[in-house]
Design a protein around this ligand. Structure first.
Ligand code: SPD
Length: 277
């Protein structure tokens, strides 16, 4: 038995599967969990790979530690999406964190992750964490000048997810951030989502002074060449705290101070796509 994710009829990814552990249609999407031969449990939403137990550390370490080691003393973080809890687990490795809010529209993603991805969701019940099962847009409207960091850990820009890749959303994020805060968003692959990457970075540039795209090698996302984009009025990810990065990297499997620097280097074809050279 194989799980196959098709990339718009252009290419596909196949994973050998032992069995399907879970399938449901929530109010928002189809949630499935497979037990794979090589990657441990696999979570898919509407047929798209979100994470496997074996490789999830790459994405979750990179979407959190890059901005957190750039901020001086981050205390309040919001994750929009990310119901599996991987980003929250990494955020809580930082001692300065006082409050981490997870705003996930689909409570079922959290509950399914708590059952089948215990190593990923392990910090969701930490006392510093608040779970809000709400639409990210509406949730953000309640905040002004509050967060040090806002992470958009969304699924791909299809259906309701499209709104999280647009200028109106970035304006709301900016209002909810402190003036010296940072936002990061997963920003897809330059091989398969060229137009999305161009339009989202253009929109971010209208709202923030600094916009920087960096890479993370996520084996099971389309092409394996994945990107995350950071935006801020005051911070560049190049100016990070090397000591803090080295300290946190002791508990990481991908992130370290060299990766922090190196991941900010883009090949020319990707620079052309994001146009924020
Ligand atoms: N093509 C998959 C993109 C998914 C990015 N978010 C995944 C959620 C993991 N926390």
């Amino acid at each position: 038995m194989w799980f196959v994710e098709k990339y718009d009829e252009k290419a596909s990814l196949g994973l050998k599967v032992k069995s399907k552990l879970h399938e449901e249609q929530s109010k928002f999407q189809k949630i499935e969990v497979y037990d794979t031969e090589f990657f441990g449990n696999l979570l898919t939403l509407d047929g798209l790979v979100m994470l496997t137990e074996k490789d999830e550390f790459v994405y979750h370490e990179m979407i959190t530690h890059m901005p957190l080691n750039t901020l001086k003393n981050p205390e309040r973080v919001l994750v929009v999406g990310g119901g599996d809890g991987g980003a929250i687990r990494e955020i809580l490795k930082h001692e300065s964190i006082k409050e981490a809010i997870l705003c996930e529209i689909d409570e079922r993603v959290v509950r399914v992750s708590q059952k089948y991805f215990k190593g990923t969701s392990c910090e969701l019940e930490n006392e510093k964490v608040t779970l809000a099962f709400e639409d990210g847009f509406k949730f953000l409207e309640k905040f002004e000048n509050y967060f040090d960091l806002i992470i958009t850990d969304s699924s791909d820009p299809v259906g309701p997810g499209v709104a999280l890749f647009q200028e109106d959303y970035y304006r709301l994020v900016k209002k909810a951030l402190k003036p010296d805060g940072i936002m990061v968003s997963q920003s897809e692959s330059p091989w398969y989502y060229e137009d999305t990457m161009t339009s989202m970075t253009e929109a971010m540039c209208k709202v923030f002074k600094h916009v920087e795209t960096y890479t993370a090698m996520v084996t099971l996302y389309p092409s394996g060449f994945w990107t995350i984009t950071a935006a801020s009025d005051t911070h560049s990810l190049h100016d990070f705290d090397k000591e803090k990065a080295e300290k946190i990297s002791k508990s990481c499997k991908y992130y370290n101070a060299e990766i922090h620097k190196g991941s900010l280097a883009l090949p020319n074809f990707a620079k052309d796509i994001v146009r924020n050279k």
